[in-house]
Design a protein around this ligand. Structure first.
Ligand SMILES: NC(=O)C1=CN([C@@H]2O[C@H](COP(=O)(O)OP(=O)(O)OC[C@H]3O[C@@H](n4cnc5c(N)ncnc54)[C@H](O)[C@@H]3O)[C@@H](O)[C@H]2O)C=CC1
Ligand SMILES: O=Cc1ccc(S(=O)(=O)O)cc1
Length: 484
């Protein structure tokens, strides 16, 4: 699989180590990936430097056109790429198609927004002078994307950087290389100069150390786990690179008795089991007002029973395998620990017999806050519920982890909505709805969920550096008086 793209050329990495790619639905190898060695990474850095020099000269309008063309190509190749994605990541084909549709929209949004990245003129203190703020691309960027939504999460970084006029070296996840390579091909075929976009796979810590150790890189964007995010932020500190970190969450869901319970469960079950629960913003800790807790459990149990666990490419599967043996192995200890701490098993709780990285949809009730799953992001198909009696108690539990990405609130009371939004310590809140992701809106968290945003104008700003220009048309020898 020659899936690296460096300096305008597709080729295999020259590292002595190779990475085996697995089909999560059967646990069998489906390919061998050649990884980047030090020389490959250095070539990618040099190419990103020259690619930046060329790409930043392209007018914003033309950059937007190139991105729109990339989005069209991705749409045209949708079926082929969705199949690649399902094969290597595991998600049901319908979800892979929907990831592609969402990715197309992200690229389109950045393409359009790049035309509106205006500077500004500030009224001057000294008559005849001008105060301008220009917005310049920050420079070559290093981007690291994970395996759970390889296309969506890579596209946020690629399109954000390219829209702003930056070049990118993307290290995507070794677990899911072919789908991202196909998407990168869509970008490259749309008129990018050589070096504007490189794709690497490698030994992760070697790639990050070498990229972030280089003064060429001016910006880091990472989506993944908290420990790796911390490590990359440390590396970026040495070169004073700007940083965006999206490090996952442990989203609380607050369901009050005045909410429409039927609609809430349908939405929440959809959001929870999408991608087998491997979503940073997945609803995870379900805090339900005591008077409706049993009714909620009954409906959620029915929703779990309706899921069809099976290979993503098999028609009718609505819940695929986890993406790796590592993720599958992480589930049972979390479930066993919750049960040992007094939780009640309502549905699932085991992996099925046979091959593949499957885990049954699992509903655990009355999960105590000290259970490990209530503090560690499960990143799997686990619903954890607990009843609450007061709003204050619900908020205390909701804010009881160091993570702060998303929160979900189900209540028809406008006054409660107004009280709870400021009380929730998260970067995003959805009310009577189970999605917090929209290309137009900033996506990001607080606390251990990281900092910075992707998408929205904030996502584009992350790749732009303001430059203040204080201009006097001619110098007449009189020192200007700026202070009053
Ligand atoms: N925010 C998100 O969307 C994601 C969050 N996670 C979180 O991470 C947990 C563990 O997942 P794993 O895949 O086992 O985690 P991991 O942290 O070992 O790997 C996650 C990704 O980061 C990359 N990575 C690892 N070390 C790196 C390094 N030093 N430099 C650059 N990239 C590096 C890997 O290639 C992989 O694609 C999950 O349970 C979940 O909590 C994982 C993936 C995505
Ligand atoms: O894991 C992070 C993540 C996954 C999916 C999406 S989206 O809903 O498809 O936009 C956003 C973030």
């Amino acid at each position: 699989m020659p899936l690296l793209h460096i300096a305008g050329r597709w080729r295999a990495g020259r590292h002595e180590r190779r990475h085996t790619v697995f089909d999560p639905s059967c646990g069998q190898p489906i390919g061998e990936l050649g990884l980047a060695n030090g020389a490959d990474i250095d070539e990618a850095l040099a190419a990103a430097e020259s690619g930046f020099a060329a790409w930043r000269q392209v007018p914003a309008f033309k950059r937007g056109e190139a991105l729109l063309a990339a989005a069209r190509r991705l749409q045209q190749r949708g079926e082929e790429i969705a199949t690649l994605l399902t094969r290597e990541q595991g998600k049901p084909l319908a979800e892979a198609r929907s990831e592609i549709a969402g990715t197309v929209q992200v690229i389109q949004w950045y393409a359009e927004e790049s035309r509106r990245s205006y500077g500004r003129i500030i009224p001057p203190r000294v008559p005849g002078s001008a105060l301008q703020v220009l917005r310049e691309p920050v420079g070559p960027c290093a981007a690291f994307s994970p395996w759970n939504f390889p296309l969506m999460l890579s596209s946020r970084k690629i399109a954000g950087a390219l829209a702003a006029g930056c070049s990118v070296v993307l290290k995507a996840a070794e677990e899911t290389p072919a789908s991202v390579a196909a998407m990168v091909d869509c970008f490259l075929a749309s008129g990018l100069p050589d070096g504007a976009l490189q794709l690497l796979y490698g030994v992760p810590e070697e790639v990050s150390r070498r990229l972030l150790g280089s003064p060429i890189i001016r910006k880091l964007s990472f989506t993944g786990s908290v420990p790796v995010g911390r490590e990359l932020a440390r590396l970026a500190a040495d070169q004073l690179q700007r940083v965006t970190l999206e490090l996952g969450g442990h989203a609380p869901v607050l369901v009050f008795a005045d909410a429409n319970l039927d609609a809430a469960v349908v939405q929440l079950a959809g959001a929870k089991f999408r991608n087998a629960g491997q979503i940073c913003a997945a609803p995870t800790r379900f805090l339900v007002e005591r008077s409706v807790h049993d009714a909620f459990l009954e409906r959620m149990a029915a929703a779990c029973e309706q899921l069809r666990l099976g290979p993503g490419l098999a028609p009718g599967s609505t819940l695929g395998p986890l993406a790796s043996a590592r993720r599958q192995a992480a589930m049972q200890p979390l479930v066993d620990d919750a049960l040992a701490n007094g939780a009640r098993l309502v549905v699932g709780g085991t992996r099925p017999e046979g091959q593949g990285f499957f885990y049954r949809p699992t509903l655990l009730a009355d999960v105590p806050t000290q259970a490990r799953a209530m503090g560690t992001e499960p990143f799997g198909p686990l619903v954890l519920t607990r009843p609450f009696d007061t709003e204050a108690e619900a908020i205390a539990v909701a804010n009881g982890t160091r993570m702060g990405l998303a929160a979900y609130l189900y209540t028809d009371s406008a006054s409660r909505q107004a009280r709870l939004v400021p009380a929730l310590r998260t970067g995003m809140v959805a009310i009577n709805h189970a999605s917090v992701s929209s290309p137009e809106a900033p996506f990001g968290g607080v606390g251990d969920s990281g900092y910075g945003s992707e998408c929205g104008v904030e996502g584009l700003d992350a790749y732009l550096q303001p430059k203040f220009v204080h201009q006097f048309p001619a110098f007449d020898g009189t020192p200007p008086r700026i202070s009053p």
